[in-house]
Design a protein around this ligand. Structure first.
Ligand SMILES: C[S@@+](CC[C@H](N)C(=O)[O-])C[C@H]1O[C@@H](n2cnc3c(N)ncnc32)[C@H](O)[C@@H]1O
Length: 354
C-alpha cells in the first residue's frame, strides 16, 4: 500500500512538472504572439494523436524509472529530487531572457556572444547560440539557466531520461567485480552542469568520477552542484571531446549525454574514436541523446519543430545519422540501442584483448 502511494506521489510530482512546462510554453507563445503579431513561426502544429503519443511515452518513461529504483539500481529518493533553489532563483530570469531570445530569433542572430567571451579558443562549430541561449554555452548566466530551460523543454523528465544509462552501466561493470569499487573510473564526456555525474554518484557511491566539458562556466556550475553531495568530488577538466586528456584504456565506463546532436557529423566520429581510445578493454561506452527519425517516423514533426525552434544547427543531420556505424568503425562491438520517451541510448562494448 505504501509503495503504491509513493508511486502515485512520484507520478503526480512528475506530471505536475510536465503541466507546469506546458503552461509555461503556452503562455510564452501567447505573449510572443502579442509582442510580434507579424511573426510566422516555421513549426508544424501537433495533432491530438501526436500529443497523446508523447504523453504515453512520458508515462512509459516514468514507469521504467520507478521500476529501476525499486530494483535498487538507484535510490528512490532520486525520483523526488528537484533543484528548487535554482528554480526560484532563475525561473524569473528564464522568463526575462525570453525577450532576448525572441530578438535573436527574429533577427536571425545565432552566433552572438558578449564581448568579454574569448572566441578564438573554441572550435567554430561550438560558437552557436544553441537553443538561442544567451551566450551559447559560454557564460555564467547561461550555465545557471541551462538546466531549467532543458526541464521546460522536456516537461521535467530530463533526469529520468539521463537515469536510463544507470542500469546498463551497472550491468556492464559487473565484468570488473574483482576490482574494488574505489578503483573503478567513469568518465562523463561533455558533462555540462554535472547532472549525470550526480546521478552516477547516487547509484555508485564509491567509484572515481571524471567529467570534461568545453565550457568553463558549465564546469564551475557542475563543481558547485557536485561539491554539495557526499562522496569524493569528481575530477573536472576543461577539454574538447575531440582530444580527451586521458591515457588509453583508462576508464571502465565512458558516457556522453545529449552531446552528439550538437556536433557536426565528422566531429561525432572523432569523439567516438576518442571515447573508444580512453575506454578499457572490457569496458562500456554509453551514449544518451535524442531519438532519431527511424525510431519514431510518426514523430517527425516533433523533431523538425525542435531544431527549427531551438536553433540546433546539426540536429537535422543527426536525425538520420548512423551512430551505430560510427561506434563499430571506431572498434566498439555488440552495439545495442534502446529508446525512452524522447531519448535514445547506444550501449557499446570494447572487447577484451585475448
Ligand atoms: C546539450 S548540453 C549537454 C550537457 C550535459 N551532458 C547534460 O546532460 O545536460 C551539450 C554540452 O556539450 C558541451 N560540448 C559541446 N561540444 C563539445 C566538445 N567538442 N567538447 C566538449 N564539450 C562539448 C557543451 O559545452 C554542453 O555542456
Amino acid at each position: 500500500m505504501s509503495a503504491n502511494l509513493t508511486k502515485l506521489a512520484y507520478q503526480s510530482f512528475h506530471q505536475s512538472k510536465n503541466y507546469f512546462s506546458v503552461a509555461h510554453k503556452t503562455l510564452s507563445k501567447q505573449i510572443h504572439k502579442i509582442l510580434y503579431p507579424e511573426f510566422q513561426p516555421k513549426i508544424t502544429p501537433l495533432s491530438g494523436e501526436i500529443v497523446e503519443e508523447v504523453q504515453k511515452r512520458l508515462n512509459d518513461l516514468l514507469e521504467i524509472d520507478w521500476e529501476d529504483a525499486q530494483k535498487g539500481i538507484y535510490p528512490q529518493s532520486l525520483l523526488f529530487e528537484n533543484s528548487w533553489e535554482d528554480f526560484f532563483q532563475y525561473y524569473p530570469v528564464v522568463c526575462f531572457d525570453l525577450l532576448q531570445v525572441w530578438e535573436r530569433i527574429h533577427k536571425g542572430r545565432y552566433q552572438e556572444f558578449s564581448p568579454e567571451i574569448p572566441k578564438d579558443i573554441y572550435p567554430s562549430y561550438y560558437l552557436q547560440n544553441f537553443h538561442y541561449q544567451t551566450d551559447g554555452y559560454l557564460s555564467e548566466i547561461s550555465a545557471n539557466l541551462y538546466d531549467l530551460q532543458v526541464e521546460l523543454l522536456f516537461g521535467g523528465s530530463t533526469d529520468a531520461m539521463r537515469r536510463r544509462i544507470l542500469a546498463p552501466m551497472k550491468h556492464k561493470l559487473e565484468v570488473f567485480t574483482d576490482i574494488p569499487q574505489k578503483q573503478i573510473r567513469i568518465l562523463d564526456v561533455a558533462c555540462g552542469t554535472g547532472r549525470t555525474l550526480k546521478l552516477i554518484r547516487s547509484a555508485l557511491p564509491q567509484v572515481c568520477l571524471y567529467g570534461t566539458d568545453l565550457s568553463p562556466n558549465y564546469l564551475k556550475k557542475a563543481n558547485s552542484l557536485l561539491s554539495q553531495i557526499l562522496g569524493e568530488l569528481p575530477q573536472l577538466a576543461q577539454a574538447n571531446a575531440e582530444e580527451l586528456p586521458y591515457r588509453d584504456d583508462y576508464f571502465h565506463a565512458t558516457v556522453a549525454v545529449f552531446l552528439f546532436h550538437e556536433l557536426p557529423s565528422h566531429v561525432r566520429q572523432t569523439v567516438i574514436e576518442q571515447c573508444f581510445r580512453v575506454t578499457k578493454p572490457g569496458g562500456v561506452f554509453i551514449i544518451c541523446d535524442s531519438i532519431q527519425l527511424s525510431d519514431a517516423p510518426h514523430l517527425a514533426s516533433v523533431m523538425n519543430n525542435f531544431y527549427q525552434t531551438f536553433h540546433e544547427p546539426y540536429y537535422h543531420h543527426y536525425m538520420t545519422d548512423d551512430l551505430s556505424g560510427y561506434l563499430e568503425k571506431a572498434g566498439f562491438e555488440n552495439v545495442q540501442t534502446q529508446v525512452h520517451f524522447m531519448s535514445k541510448f547506444w550501449v557499446a562494448h570494447k572487447a577484451i584483448l585475448c
